[in-house]
Design a protein around this ligand. Structure first.
Ligand code: HPA
Ligand code: ZN
Length: 339
């Protein structure tokens, strides 16, 4: 790492995290402890054995294990502890604001009530606000490998909790499940007042990014790195300043890029796109948000100014009100001036 960007500067840099799945913060220790106290048997006997299995060839090979471990989450207390564990890492990483994803459809078919999940998550987020001063919003994602009808039923289930959920997103297996499949669901969500985001252009083609923008009317694209293959789309994303929530360590672990040196994050920045850095599923991909910043800085030699700009983008791309964005951007500016 170049001397001009010390790790301590990156770790304490005020930042927002906009792309992280709470279920992806399930460390092996937590999965095994929750399974044991809930009387469930995971097929892994030890933390080491479970961690050893974190070798993924693509998105699907990760999702298979991710959904398997998610089955250990049953009680309100499980969701509370999971979320609090994430917030402890976030606080140590200089995070001031988070917009967390959760997947209701990973839980409700197992008999875990929507209310149990949201109440544990919200209780921890409130504790995070009081203990660490971290503000937060919740975004619920539809599993795109399931049907549009199931997504619509999930949206209906969420309506009584509208005040506790800011937005909707779209995740899970991307290839073969284009955004257009969910146009009606997103129209209904938008009409109900939810903000909209979607994973697109992680494994799927640039056209999925266009569909997410034009058919789902999303405010941000999660991942979006494959936009790079379409020059016209790149110009549009730059012109419209559509935020991309890029997750570098995730991309390497899932084979989207062969190595971090070959990641296109720097080129996306240089093309004028509004790029942010995020952890995606920190328990599975080898690091929390600051680890992602540090790894990228190491691999791509970003300057201190570029790192500061990415942190500023994280607040700009958030769903915070303008006044709240301003407060956090001022804090960031004071930090970089003082450091
Ligand atoms: N992509 C799609 N679905 C996911 C991801 C991801 O990176 N992480 C958790 N669910
Ligand atoms: Zn994701």
């Amino acid at each position: 790492m170049s001397d001009s960007v010390p790790r301590s500067f990156i770790r304490a840099l005020p930042k927002a995290e906009l792309h992280m799945h709470l279920e992806g913060a399930l460390e092996p220790e937590l999965a095994l402890a929750f399974a044991q106290r809930n009387g469930l048997a995971l097929r892994f006997g030890s933390v080491e054995e479970l961690r050893e299995s974190y070798k993924f060839s693509d998105l699907q090979s990760f999702l298979d294990l991710y959904y398997e471990c998610t089955a250990s989450l049953i009680t309100e207390q499980d969701f509370y502890e999971l979320t609090l564990s994430y917030l402890q890492h976030a606080a140590a990483d200089g995070v001031r604001h988070v917009e967390v994803f959760f997947d209701p459809q990973s839980h409700t078919p197992r008999g875990v009530k929507f209310e149990t999940v949201i109440s544990g998550v919200r209780r921890a987020l409130e504790a995070g606000r009081l203990q660490y001063g971290i503000s937060s919003y919740v975004i619920m994602c539809f599993l795109r490998h399931l049907s549009a009808e199931e997504a619509m039923a999930t949206l209906e289930m969420a309506l009584p909790f509208k005040d506790e959920i800011l937005g909707v997103g779209l995740d899970s297996s991307e290839a073969g499940h284009p955004p257009m499949k969910f146009a009606e669901v997103f129209a209904r969500a938008r009409a109900a007042g939810f903000r909209c985001v979607a994973h697109a252009g992680e494994e799927g083609p640039p056209d999925y990014i266009k569909q997410a923008l034009d058919l789902l009317h999303v405010d941000r694209i999660d991942h979006g790195v494959r936009a790079f293959e379409d020059a016209f789309l790149m110009r549009r994303l730059a012109k419209e300043q559509v935020p991309l929530t890029v997750c570098p360590l995730s991309n390497v672990r899932l084979g989207v890029f062969p190595s971090l040196n070959q990641h296109n994050l720097k080129r996306l920045l240089e093309a004028g796109l509004l790029v942010t850095i995020n952890s995606d599923d920190p328990a599975y991909f080898g690091g929390y948000v600051s680890d992602n910043y540090i790894a990228v800085q190491d691999a791509l030699s970003l300057s201190r100014e570029e790192i500061g700009e990415i942190a500023a983008n994280s607040f700009r791309a958030s769903f915070l009100a303008e006044e709240q964005k301003r407060i956090r951007l001022n804090e960031l500016e004071a930090y970089t001036r003082r450091y």
